[in-house]
Structures are given as C-alpha cells and as structure tokens.
Design a protein around this ligand. Structure first.
Ligand code: IMP
Length: 207
C-alpha cells in the first residue's frame, strides 16, 4: 500500500476524500493509504499566506514534502461571493479573524450573513484546488460548485459555510445533504475525482 499524505487535520475533508477514493473501486482504494497530518505527527500550523488557492495548496503540500519527505496532496478551498467582490475567497477560514475570532466557522458565517443582510444578489461559488506532489512531479486539479447564499442557517451536517450555501438546482443547503450527495456536486468532490482518476491511471501504467 502506498502512503499518501493529505495535508489536513480537517476530519470532514478527510472523510470526504476517503469516501471518494473508496467510490473509485477496491483496486484503487486498497493501493493508497490516506494519512492525515496527525497521522504523521505534524502538528504545525502550516503557513497559508498565498494570493490564490493554488499558492496555498502548494504551500501546504510542499511543507509536508520538505519536512517529512512523503508523497502528499493538499487542498485549499473557499467561498467566493459575487456581491462581495469574490470575498472571502482565500481568506474563507480566517474571514472573522479581524472580529477577534480565529478560524471560527460560526463567527465566519455570522459575519457573512451580516455583510449580506441587505444584498439581493446572492450568487456565490465554492472553489477547491488540489495540488499533488508525487514521485518528484507536481499536479493540480480544480473544482467549482456554483450556488447561492441563504438568509439564515439550515442544516447541521458538514462544516464551514455549508449551512448557508444552496448549490445550484437544489432547494437544500450543503448542511442538509448527506456527505455522499454533497461529494457528487461539490467543488472538492470535482477536484478530488480528478485526482483519483489520475492515481488510477498511474496504477494502470504500473500494473
Ligand atoms: P482551508 O482549510 O484552508 O482550505 O480553508 C477552507 C475554508 O473555506 C474552510 O475553513 C471553510 O470555511 C471554507 N470551505 C471550504 N470548503 C468548504 C465546504 O465544502 N463547505 C463549507 N465550507 C468550506
């Protein structure tokens, strides 16, 4: 089994990615063991100060490569709201830091709802970029999920902005969907499916 580090300790993201790998079939799922940062003993607060999702994903993946010399992938993701000039974007996890909260999902959602209180135009999108550093090469995969920002929280599943995000064509928020249903349409689902497809293609060449 090949060890592949997913540079995160976000249990929701780990569950989503492990489920997507499993979905690809036992041949692929049994060839890769996905390890978290905790699993490799990395408890550092890895810097993410890039200007783009791709910069930040690369920063996280490179940190693991440099300090642990393990093949690795990292995702950076966030919510882009059209009426807010595509904010919070790369600052999604830290949106309410300037209000005295640090990486606080509840405060982030409160701030976004507050900033959108009188805004009619509710279009938004989640974006995820996954960077894979493997066998000396670098690969990038991206997924976008369009939708709208609700006026109040609905649902209790998921994390982050899930309770206020209605994906296009759906009348429920991400937080009201099962993880499997969210994965089918989500930004991360789209990016990680490309990653899994790539991992499957390498195995085909090796076998
Ligand atoms: P990251 O962990 O640095 O990529 O930060 C991403 C931030 O964007 C998270 O803390 C969430 O606030 C938000 N985010 C990214 N993906 C999702 C998602 O699938 N649902 C809800 N919020 C998300």
């Amino acid at each position: 089994m090949k060890k592949l580090v997913f540079a995160t300790n976000n249990q929701h993201k780990l569950d989503e990615v492990r489920a997507l790998l499993k979905e690809a079939g036992p041949e692929i799922a049994e060839r890769y063991e996905i390890l978290s940062l905790d699993d490799i003993g990395c408890h550092a607060d890895i810097p993410e100060n890039g200007m783009t999702f791709a910069d930040n994903a690369l920063q996280k993946a490179e940190y693991v490569k440099v300090h642990y010399n393990l093949d690795c992938f990292a995702d950076d993701s966030g919510l882009e709201v059209r009426a807010l000039g595509m904010e919070p974007g790369v600052r999604s996890a830290r949106y309410a830091d300037d209000c005295g909260y640090s990486h606080d999902d509840t405060a982030n959602v409160d701030k976004l709802l507050h900033n959108m209180a009188n805004v009619k135009e509710r279009q938004a999108q989640f974006r995820a970029v996954v960077v894979l550093l493997m066998d000396g090469d670098r690969y990038e995969f991206e997924g976008v999920c369009r939708g709208e920002i609700g006026r109040q929280r609905e649902g209790s599943k998921g994390f982050g902005y899930d309770p206020i995000f209605y994906p296009e064509g759906h009348s429920v928020t991400f937080a009201e969907m099962s993880m499997q249903d969210k994965n089918l349409i989500s930004h991360r689902g789209k990016a990680v499916r490309q990653l899994v497809k790539y991992l499957a293609s390498i195995e085909e060449k090796i076998v």
